[in-house]
Write a protein that binds this ligand. Structure first.
Ligand code: DX5
Ligand code: ZN
Length: 233
């Protein structure tokens, strides 16, 4: 796969929240592709983060796609709010939705790309009967709730299995569906993750941690280091 087809999506969970607009603009100016936006509700996951108001506030700070990862239950109520707030991609955890097909349709009907997120212990079967409604599959390589956790190695085999399902779908006349990974991604493991068939990479602490001592915060060297590893694959 050409390096330019890979997506790097820094998670703003590890950004400086007092300067969020700048952090968003700077990470994109440093070469990142998407802004990964982690929504946690202190119910589906044991942490509380940001909602549509913050999405709306950062929307004018970049033209890059905003990739909203919903870790909330219920799911449907909040989908139109994020679409109105400027989200481009909205993903959710199938266990958190009463009706997976309907939640995917709600996202598409609101004009966004839709996706399912799989926890480390969630089987991939959820995608089988809704492939036509999916634009992205997000595999968790940590248990959701917090940034800065360690990559779970078993996710590599799961990524290969997911890639095989997505390739089979494409070969049968379907569209290309992105395979995104989230949790513990860094320069040491991004190459083997790409080799397992992943083409979009969320990285929170690895990216924002690398720039926090520069002033203003710049992320060029970490983003190019991640791309250099991808170029080797
Ligand atoms: C975890 C979040 C991730 C997290 C990634 O629940 O979904 O997006 O911020 O952070 P790192 O890259 O630090 O694991
Ligand atoms: Zn996430």
């Amino acid at each position: 796969m050409a390096v330019k087809d890979y997506v790097i999506a820094p998670s703003i969970l590890s950004a400086n929240f007092a300067k969020l607009g700048e952090e968003v603009a700077n990470v994109i100016a440093s070469g990142a592709d998407w802004i990964h936006f982690d929504v946690m509700d202190n119910h589906y996951v044991p942490n509380l983060t940001i909602g549509p108001l913050v999405c709306e506030a950062i929307r004018p700070c970049t033209a890059a796609p905003i990739d909203v990862h919903l870790m909330v239950k219920p799911v449907d109520r909040i989908i139109p709010d994020f679409a109105k707030a400027g989200a481009n991609i909205i993903t959710f955890h199938p266990e958190a939705s009463e009706h997976v097909d309907r939640s995917l349709s709600l996202i598409r009907d609101a004009g966004c790309q839709a996706g399912l997120v799989f926890n480390p212990a969630t089987p991939l079967d959820y995608m089988d009967y809704v492939m036509d409604k999916i634009d992205v599959i997000l595999l968790m390589s940590v248990n959701p709730g917090f940034g800065g956790q360690k990559f779970i190695p078993g996710t590599l085999a799961k990524a290969r299995a997911a890639r095989a399902k997505l390739d089979a779908y494409e070969q049968q006349g379907g569209r290309r569906i992105r395979l995104e990974i989230d949790g513990g991604v860094n320069t040491a493991n991004i190459g083997e993750i790409a080799a397992a068939g992943v083409d979009a990479f969320v990285a929170g602490s690895a990216v924002y941690g690398a720039g926090k001592n520069s002033d203003p915060h710049r992320y060029d060297s970490i983003i190019s280091a991640l791309r250099a590893e991808l170029a080797k694959t």
